[in-house]
Design a protein around this ligand. Structure first.
Ligand SMILES: C[S@@+](CC[C@H](N)C(=O)[O-])C[C@H]1O[C@@H](n2cnc3c(N)ncnc32)[C@H](O)[C@@H]1O
Length: 250
């Protein structure tokens, strides 16, 4: 197994994310020995239960990351990464970094462009750094963490205006960071994410020079499909956040 520092352990619908270098870990099924990886998938049997070990997919990893902030969930990330037309060569600015869920998504796409992520809380920044390192095996060379307050009107980046192909905001008061929008290229795409619609509304009212402003939310309804059932699950995640996507023209 290469890269990731974490292994996904699966048994009867339950999943654990454990350190790659761990030898053992305990579950209510008993103590599990983590096998040495020779194949993409390894197995271990204990008390008639079969455990599978494999490299987590990006969404499996993100759902289990260490966090002290709300994160952007895979159902929203999937849409954000595709609708923002994120490319390998894009230069990107993201703020706030939070726990690094969106950041991991961005870095899974952007390999040749530069990614700047800005966070004012040092503790959150360190957690995000660790999450990124755990997923990619190291901090990617095209990533720069900046500690700073993007609401501060004196906050500046060492880049020329019109530098970024894409800008991603996940901030409680995005309108207070609108100064950053000058770093977005004319023709570039802005993505803003907020749990409350008034945040999106206020942001839209306060920004200029954007067209084709799309606001939407993603509802994911899971189904149980087995020998006896083929129906939606009883409970679903009702709300995560609203996504806003717009293009800068001025
Ligand atoms: C909801 S979290 C972002 C979660 C992140 N998108 C993720 O997927 O893990 C919002 C973050 O914005 C940061 N933040 C809030 N105001 C900020 C500011 N003025 N400057 C920089 N970061 C800020 C917070 O500290 C918090 O970590």
């Amino acid at each position: 197994m290469e890269k990731t520092k974490k292994v996904l352990v699966y048994c009867e619908g339950k999943k654990w994310l454990v350190n790659n270098n761990l030898k053992k870990f305990s579950t209510h099924f008993g103590n599990i020995e983590i096998p040495e990886f020779k194949n993409e998938i390894e197995t271990f049997q204990v008390n008639k239960k079969k455990f599978y070990f494999f490299k987590p997919s990006i969404s499996e990893f993100i759902l289990k990351i260490k966090r002290k902030t709300q994160i952007i969930y895979p159902k929203d990330l999937a849409i954000i990464l595709f609708y923002s037309d994120l490319k390998e060569t894009d230069n990107v600015i993201e703020t706030g970094t939070g726990s690094g869920s969106l950041l991991i998504g961005i870095l899974s796409r952007v390999k040749k462009g530069k990614v700047i992520t800005i966070e004012r809380n040092q503790e959150f920044r360190k957690i995000a750094e660790k999450n990124v390192e755990d997923y990619f095996g190291k901090i990617p060379e095209n990533l720069e963490f900046i500690e700073g307050d993007v609401y501060d009107e004196n906050f500046k980046l060492d880049f020329v205006e019109n530098w970024a192909d894409k800008i991603f905001f996940d901030l409680p008061e995005p309108w207070k960071a609108k100064n950053l929008l000058k770093y977005l290229k004319i023709g570039g795409i802005l993505v803003n994410y907020n749990p409350q619609i008034f945040q999106i509304k206020k942001f839209i009212e306060e920004i200029n020079g954007f067209i084709d402003i799309n606001v939407f939310e993603i509802l994911e309804r899971k189904w149980i499909v087995d020998e006896k059932r083929a129906r939606p699950t009883d409970i679903m995640r009702g709300h995560t956040g609203f996504i806003m996507i717009a293009r800068r023209v001025e």
